[in-house]
Write a protein that binds this ligand. Sequence first.
Ligand SMILES: [Zn+2]
Length: 83
Amino acid sequence: MKKIIFLTIITILSISCSNTETKNNEQLATVEQYSSTVYICTGAYATKYHRSSYCSGLNNCKGDVVAISINEIGNRSACQKCY
Ligand SMILES: [Zn+2]
């Protein structure tokens, strides 16, 4: 009987360990997603995307500076100043 309880504890421990691992992986994925965020100007003449929303290339922006995923940049090219 004692052995069964012991095995149960081991099983619970290993399950909670693998849960923690999954959580860590999710956190890593979130960080990765965060780092692939770029900033664009919504102005009509903006053709670049930026690594930082404080980039001097965004100073002349006639529209709004918005954060988007790098997957959504469309035809925009990387800014020479911050990339
Ligand atoms: Zn830039």
